[in-house]
Write a protein that binds this ligand. Structure first.
Ligand code: G3P
Length: 225
């Protein structure tokens, strides 16, 4: 299943299989993003184990799965990117926003391999990655907020530029820390959010929902003995 481009997609930002399954079971999951830190957090190490883990993720979720290269030179990135892309049709190759990364995005997209340009922190970087043909760009909202810049403002700025220019590149709001980041990303035009499970589940919560449901059940029990 691939979501309508006009409806903001939900990706989960983890390499934890149990959390990926839990989010997938909710029925609202459109994909997964990983990065080397998230893979290391799950104790996945060694090339064979890393590649197998990406396949395991692809076997859980019917949607795009971002797998990040480790190389920082053009040749290394395209060799890794082609290998990652050959693992499964849903793999999107995650490439860092550096000079050779832009060249690699251009090359891989010319070969029909989809890319996600990661570590985007400015509108200028977003424009370059879109021009190179990135499928997704990942601005890191939370890490900008951490240093007193407005991460959501960056999503809004990129959203406006992409709309004016007609870029097909999708804005994937990353480094999400809380449910308000998800709501605001939707408000300012992100095409996708990638979030920890905790922030997705936090969208469910409202005290008046809990109070109201308890009252409904209590009234039903009273009326029905
Ligand atoms: O996967 C990239 C991004 O979402 C990382 O988030 O929380 O490490 O800033 P964070």
């Amino acid at each position: 299943m691939h979501a309508n481009l006009n409806v903001m997609k939900f990706f989960i930002d983890t390499a934890n299989l149990a959390q990926i399954k839990e989010a997938n079971d909710l029925g609202i999951l459109d994909g997964v993003t990983t990065n080397p830190s998230l893979m290391a957090k799950e104790g996945i190490k060694g090339q064979d184990a890393i590649l197998k883990h990406y396949v395991d993720i692809c076997n859980i979720v019917d949607g795009d799965v971002s797998a990040e290269v480790i190389s920082t030179d053009f040749e290394g990135m395209i060799t890794e990117g082609e290998k990652l892309a050959s693992l499964h049709e849903n793999i999107v190759v995650k490439i860092p926003m550096i000079k050779d990364g832009i060249k690699a995005i251009k090359y891989l997209s010319s070969k029909g391999i989809r890319t996600n340009c990661t570590l985007v922190f400015s509108a200028g970087q977003a424009i370059l990655a879109a021009k190179a043909g990135a499928t997704y760009i990942s601005p890191f909202i939370g890490r900008l907020d951490d240093i007193s810049y407005d991460g959501i403002q960056l999503i809004a700025e990129i959203s406006q530029i992409f709309a004016v220019q007609g870029y097909q590149t999708q804005i994937l709001a990353a480094s999400i820390r809380n449910p308000v980041h998800i709501i605001k990303s939707a408000q300012v035009g992100a095409h996708v959010i990638t979030s920890p499970l905790s922030a997705i589940l936090a969208l469910l919560n409202h005290p008046l929902t809990d109070k109201g449901l308890a009252q409904f059940l209590e009234d039903h029990a009273k009326a029905n003995g």
